[in-house]
Design a protein around this ligand. Sequence first.
Ligand code: ZN
Length: 459
Amino acid sequence: MDVRITFLGAAGTVTGSTYLVSYGNTRILVDCGIFQGERSWRERNWLPPHFDPASIQAVLLTHAHVDHIGMLPRYYKLGLRAPVLASPGTADLAKLLLLDSGRLQEEESAFRAKHKKSRHHPPLPLYTEEEAKAALELLTPGPINTRIPVVDGVTAQWSLMGHILGACAITLWIGGKKIVFSGDVGRYGEPILVDPQPVELGDLLLIESTYGNRLHNGSALQDEMADIINRTYRRRGVVIIPSFAVGRTQTLLYYLRELKAAERIPDIPVIIDSPMASDATAIYRHHSNEYDERSKELLRKGAHPFTVSKMYFTREKEESMKLNSIEEPMILISASGMLSGGRILHHLKHRVSDKRNTVMFVGYQPPGSRGDWLKRGNKTMRLLGDEVPVNAEVCEVSGLSAHADRAELLRWCRSCSGTPGRVAVVHGEPDSARQFSALLGEELGWNSFVPEYLDTITL
Ligand SMILES: [Zn+2]
């Protein structure tokens, strides 16, 4: 009997990570991500799945980003009732992110209903917040670095990868074969979380390749941040940072604490105006066992890696609106990071016309997005129904990424023991995946290939 692996996502793209592993009657899903981005990919979320969700005996999650877990409520609706195994950090973040995903799906279908932009009448959400809540009942947190039983004859182990809190590689032992799923690989020497941990390789390695053909700009990130904050302060302006709630916000707080401690920036208020970022920060605080040595040392000294002086979390909508009346210099962190929705929109509408202020991007803005529009230097912007002049400074701090670059991916591969029988290079745009696959052959002599969407291989 063969072990079969089918690539149901993250093949030819970076989203929709889903792998079906089968052996005899055993069926296991590793990740169940939602497709994002282009419409042709997003439409796949609505297709009948390529397996019967009721036949799945276990789901294993690498980490809590929705492109790795976002289909869980949909599969639940279609009959999935298996345990969903994840690290404790992933389980906590998954609750936050899936409920939010359900809310967004409902908002989007309501928007489509209003603007008659749907083929369905009435437009339906992929799933609701209530359905997400029901699916979360399946979540079963398990220990890290311990080989645990999954179903009869199948075991698995989670190893930390430093990509976001709880993010792990998964080693799966099934049908006499050993398969390693890298999940998303984090970066080396980043604050807060441990570096990607080495694992023992086996018959097959699935490795991500988001930055498989690129190197991150290793520039002095904190210098850039300090320059931007100081010149905005001199203008008596506000620094507005559109940020991702999970991971990015906590890293920003870490750097702001360091800059303040070194007196490199003034001790101005730091407002986190995003309930999700506040909740994610609380979850990050709770899982300090995943911190690196620097952050653990701070805890031992009674400090906290992301407690900044004059830091305030605003939760209620009224508090968020009240921020508009503050005229003093401050740093305002809000979501969403890509300006696709959320409170950041009213902050921009209120402040982007004032040339004293700065919009500081800290993450990727996809082509065609609002963030991209601003970065291109457009002089007006449509925000919450109005055309608003753009006079604020718009800039970007580069190098903040949760993904290993080409050199770091290679470094992780080298740190692992053993030579994999085969390597499937996944989770990358086609060029990135192909080039990284070639690099693995040249540098390590590994037998690698780039699978296509819906390919099946046997071991
Ligand atoms: Zn991720």
